[in-house]
Design a binder for this molecule. Structure first.
Ligand code: SF4
Length: 330
């Protein structure tokens, strides 16, 4: 039987055909000594099929904490005894955050709310916030507001939301061990509606939730089937008060293996490092950026501190990776 790296070199790098679920599993199970080769191949794939640019994004929390849902990893759930308190951001603060994000060179600014889905109060804030940002700041606006109705999808598309984030979080077969207050299918349906409305779809999840390697490969295949424009990869950062607070963070080498395998399963997507990379990868983050990743969130995450934006921008300069410029028609 041929080696998975040889197969991937021809199939993915050469022909742009993604790894299957079974092949992704073989990549995820590669021995530690082969991980450098796997990352190098993933980097070649990303350069050939996506180009050299790295997309830089900022993220802000419009409504923090107090979410009625019970995702076991999430410190913003109001169901658990987490120290994160509920809070709203006002429109001037939202515009200031967008301006600061644009000043880093970022092309995307994502407004996030910890909710099951938007109510009328949140939709009004988003409407006003998106209009104020578009009037004053040169940046694409994205939103992450939970599950949507068709009317809400249509409205967000109409007010110029460029991309919508809604994560599947984990493999279908593992989802009910992580989330019990809504279903995988509900999440999938929102993703489908977003795509059909013409917004870019951002959909990923969290690795290291306790899923098996088989389920990690399954998750990569399910994301590939959904075919999002962007896939944010988070790594579990166990938060106090959540049901997953005592889980061990993933090892750096497993995280790097996963980054490369997900790249080979989705050769053309924007693959983004999202939350948890500091605790999982530390200074090895740059290895991930040379192993398939082509997007970063700069600055703070929603409930945990990321790294200062300057450090990430310096890392990209050192790696000689250009920041993707804003190419949009607002
Ligand atoms: S729906 Fe989102 S904000 Fe709410 S608990 Fe789940 S992950 Fe957290």
């Amino acid at each position: 039987m041929s080696d998975i790296l040889e197969i991937a070199r021809g199939q993915v790098l050469g022909d742009g055909i993604a790894l299957t679920e079974q092949q992704a599993l073989e990549a995820l199970a590669l021995r530690d000594e082969r991980v450098d080769d796997l990352l190098d191949l993933a980097h070649e794939v990303r350069a050939k099929w996506c180009g050299d640019d790295v997309e830089v994004e900022g993220i802000v929390s419009l409504k923090t904490g107090g979410c009625p849902e019970g995702c076991h990893f999430c410190s913003q759930s109001g169901v658990f005894d987490s120290p994160v308190r509920s809070a709203w951001l006002d429109i001037p603060s939202l515009v200031r955050a967008a301006r600061e994000t644009a000043a880093t060179g970022a092309s995307e600014f994502c407004i996030v709310a910890a909710v099951r889905g938007p109510d009328e109060r949140l939709m009004r804030q988003v409407r006003d916030g998106v209009a104020a940002i578009r009037a004053e700041v040169e940046i694409n606006v994205a939103c992450s507001l939970g599950m949507l109705t068709q009317a809400q999808v249509d409205e967000l598309a109409a007010i110029g939301v460029h991309r919508y984030n809604h994560n599947l979080e984990t493999a279908r077969s593992y989802f009910d061990r992580v989330v019990t207050t809504h279903t995988y299918e509900e999440r999938w349906d929102t993703c489908e509606m977003v795509r059909h409305a013409g917004m870019e779809l951002c959909c990923g999840g969290i690795l290291g939730l306790g899923e098996t390697l088989e389920q990690r490969a399954e998750f990569a295949a399910q994301l590939a089937e959904l075919d999002p424009d962007e896939v944010p990869l988070n790594f579990l950062n166990p938060r106090p008060g959540t049901p997953f607070e005592t889980r061990e963070p993933m090892s750096a080498i497993d995280a790097l293996r996963a980054v490369a395998a997900f790249r080979l399963a989705m050769p053309r997507t924007i693959l983004r490092f999202a939350g948890g990379r500091e605790i999982t990868l530390g200074d090895l983050a740059s290895r991930g950026v040379r192993g398939g990743v082509n997007a970063l969130i700069v600055g703070n995450y929603l409930t945990t501190l990321g790294r200062p934006a300057v450090e990430d921008l310096a890392m990209l300069a050192e790696l000689k990776m250009p920041i993707k410029e804003l190419g949009r028609t607002l």
